[in-house]
Structures are given as structure tokens and as C-alpha cells.
Write a protein that binds this ligand. Structure first.
Ligand SMILES: *Cc1c(COP(=O)(O)O)cnc(C)c1O
Length: 396
């Protein structure tokens, strides 16, 4: 049933990228920005240019589409074609990033060894801890910057879960080294690349088995939907994940898939602006007398700058910095703005920042740390907003 579904663009993307070095576009003849704009559209004469949000649980038979949770809809499949092509693989989309993560974790056989970063995304940590408490797997934690530790772990682990760049200290893992390490048979390397997007890093091309994104963030890009994706190259792994999604649910809604496609069309434009804004703001912040430290992989002072520069196509739009003074001062800074929103999520066209230690589960973060998701506003307006916030709170 599923085998008969036509997947128009995927094969070409996979084929084109097989031997490509990591800084070359996965789409042989096409830049990823063009791929995002031109693909995932209906192609018959008289068709609309965009798939409408197909709101359907059921389809008239006989047809190779039976039911939404199994075969998906045209809108869902178009989103999968878009993301799969970008990643040089085949994508599956989900109702959220965590539904995608759970789909990978829950494939681990009982007794597995799961390796995660010391401080992964908090819900990923929760999922790992819960499974360990239930006796499903053993969790090992490694510093993302400890490349040798990850390489050694690959000989014993069943899943290496690498989040890079990581939240919120912006550590970049040495993906080329970790993904090419000799592994115990069956060990999967999965990469949560939400902060990078598939435009700045393509783990499958480096040898990872799974590339995961919270499309809620940059891919959707407008803070108006929840979605997640997994991309893989291996057909058996694809079928396994597909089957688990059928059983566990986690299917994306038609409207969300439509909005995610609409957002993804401008991912290239948005990333270009946001990344360049982030570089300028990180440099200015690091010279500001009211800022103690700036963590952005694009700064040469960042501990993992060299690794990032070696395989990423840009340093992203996420950073964190510590203000001088107290945690209260940091709270005041994030509230004293007229443009930047005090909000926890990230990856929107609008800038958001937050005092990270106030988020449940993040209490161990430095009290003065502000996590900043740089948006697409004009950089001088952002800088004025930041300077005003720092200057109007100096005495706290
Ligand atoms: C947001 C996020 C997730 C979870 O995605 P949801 O869409 O919120 O379920 C996982 N990893 C990272 C790095 C994230 O930022």
C-alpha cells in the first residue's frame, strides 16, 4: 500500500548527495534555498500552486491512500518531500519535535545503552530518565565537547543522541568525527539539529543515521505551529519509524503541515538575515561593559568555534550571554524591551529571549544567563533595544 505512493523528489535528492562533501548542496543542480521554494507543489495542469491544507482522516477507495495516520495527506507528504530533500534523505513529519524524538527512543530494545549530552533539551532528558526508571535502557551522559568520549561510546552504545548546537551553552559537537566513529553493530547515531536547521548542517551526509528537527522552531519559523521531523537514508530504518508512527500516533494536522510548508518556503531568506544579525549582535555584546560572557559559535572566543567552522554552513541564530550583576538584573533586562519578546521558544521571525534559569528544569543554569533567539528585524533596531535594556537596568 505504502510502496505504491509516489515520492517525486526524494530519490533524486538522495542520489545527488551520496558522494558530496558536507559543504556542498545536497540537491545536485539546485541550491537548498531554491529547493525550499520550488518543491512540494502539485504539478498537474490546472492544479493550485500550493497544496491546500488537506483536512481529511479518510479517503475514498479504491486508492493507495486509506487513512491519515497511515498514508498521511498530500500536505503532509509535500512537507516530507521538502525536508527530506534538504536533508539528503527521506523525511517523516510528526505533530511535534518530541513526538519525533519519542519515535526514535521507543525503538530501542530493552537493555540498551542510550548516550545523551550532559544537558540535553529538557523534555529529551525527561524521556531518557523515564525510560531508565522503567528499566528500558541505561542512560550515559557525555560532555558534547568531549569528542573522544563520544567516539569511544559508539563501540558500546545502542543510540548516540547528539544535540548540536546545544541548548543553551551553544556547544557544537564534532559531528564529522562522531558520525564516522566505528560502532557496535546496530548502534544508531541520531542528531537533534533544531538550532542549525538543515540549511546549516546535514548530519546524514556526515554519516548519522537520523537527523531530527523540531520544526516548531526555525523550519516553521513563525511561532504559530508545532511540528517535528526525522530524516533517514536507510529504507529499513524508514519503515521501522513509519510503522512506529502509525502505532504511536503523533501524526501532524493538515493545517500545521500547510503552515510549516508556508514557513519553510522562506527558511533560506530568514536564516540569512537572522544569522547575519546574530553575528553582529554577538560581536557587539561581547564588547559591552554590562555583559560578562557571550556564547555564540561564530565568535572565535567560543570553545567549539573551530569545530563549528569545519562542518557547518553558518553559525546559526541562537546565542546566550550573561549580564553583569544579579539574576534579578537579568530578569529586568529581558522585560525592558520594545521589540524583543520575553518568551521561551525560539526560531521565529521575531526575536525572543528569556532568562533561562527561570524555566522549569533549567534552574542549574547561571542565574544571569539570557538565551537569545535572534530574529529577522533590522539589526540596528535590535541593537538599540538591547542597549536600552542593558543601560536602563544598570543599577540592579
Ligand atoms: C523545541 C525543541 C525540541 C522539542 O520540540 P517540540 O516541537 O517542542 O516538541 C527538541 N530539541 C530541541 C533542541 C528543541 O529546541
Amino acid at each position: 500500500m505504502r510502496g505504491s505512493r509516489r515520492i517525486p523528489n526524494i530519490e533524486r535528492a538522495v542520489w545527488a548527495s551520496c558522494a558530496s562533501p558536507h559543504n556542498v548542496s545536497p540537491m545536485d543542480a539546485m541550491h537548498p534555498d531554491t529547493w525550499l521554494i520550488s518543491q512540494g507543489r502539485p504539478t498537474e495542469l490546472g492544479d493550485p500552486l500550493n497544496w491546500p491544507p488537506v483536512m481529511a482522516s479518510n479517503f475514498r477507495l479504491p486508492h493507495d491512500r486509506y487513512y491519515n495516520r497511515t498514508e498521511g495527506t498530500e500536505t503532509q507528504n509535500a512537507l516530507e518531500d521538502l525536508i527530506g530533500g534538504l536533508e539528503s534523505g527521506r523525511a517523516l513529519v510528526f505533530s511535534s519535535g518530541m513526538a519525533a524524538v519519542a519515535c526514535v527512543f521507543h525503538g530501542l530494545p530493552v537493555g540498551s545503552i542510550l548516550v545523551i549530552p550532559e544537558d540535553p533539551y529538557h523534555a529529551v532528558n525527561g524521556l531518557a530518565v523515564e525510560g531508565e526508571e522503567q528499566g528500558r535502557w541505561t542512560v550515559r551522559r557525555l560532555d558534547l565537547a568531549d569528542t573522544q568520549g563520544w567516539i569511544d561510546a559508539a563501540r558500546e552504545a545502542d543510540l548516540l543522541w547528539v544535540e548540536t548546537p546545544a541548548n543553551p551553552l551553544m556547544t557544537v559537537a564534532d559531528l564529522p568525527a562522531i558520525c564516522s566513529a566505528p560502532r557496535k553493530p546496530g548502534c544508531l547515531v541520531a542528531v537533534d539539529g533544531t538550532f542549525a536547521t538543515p540549511l546549516l548542517q546535514r548530519p546524514l551526509e556526515l554519516g548519522a543515521d537520523v537527523s531530527m528537527h523540531s520544526a516548531t522552531k526555525f523550519i516553521g519559523g513563525h511561532s504559530d505551529l508545532m511540528a517535528g521531523s526525522l530524516a533517514v537514508r536507510d529504507d529499513t530504518l524508514y519503515d521501522e519509524l513509519w510503522n512506529r508512527r502509525v502505532r504511536n500516533g503523533g501524526t501532524i494536522g493538515g493545517l500545521e503541515a500547510f503552515l510549516a510548508i508556508r514557513g519553510a518556503r522562506t527558511l533560506g531568506l530568514r536564516m540569512e538575515r537572522a544569522v547575519s544579525n546574530a553575528q553582529v549582535l554577538a560581536e557587539r555584546l561581547s564588547e559591552h561593559s554590562e555583559v560578562a560572557v557571550v556564547r555564540y559559535p561564530g565568535l572565535t572566543s567560543h570553545p567549539t568555534h573551530r569545530s563549528a567552522a569545519s562542518f557547518m554552513d553558518g553559525f546559526g541564530a541562537m546565542m546566550s550571554f550573561d549580564v553583569t550583576g544579579s539574576g534579578e538584573r537579568a530578569s529586568a533586562v529581558v522585560e525592558h524591551t520594545s521589540i524583543i519578546n520575553n518568551a521561551t521558544s525560539l526560531g521565529g521571525i521575531e526575536s525572543t529571549w528569556e532568562r533561562r534559569a527561570l524555566i522549569p528544569g533549567q534552574e542549574s543554569m547561571p542565574a544571569t544567563l539570557i538565551r537569545f533567539s535572534v530574529g529577522c528585524e533590522h539589526v540596528e533596531d535590535l541593537w538599540l533595544d538591547i542597549s536600552n535594556a542593558l543601560e536602563s537596568t544598570e543599577r540592579l
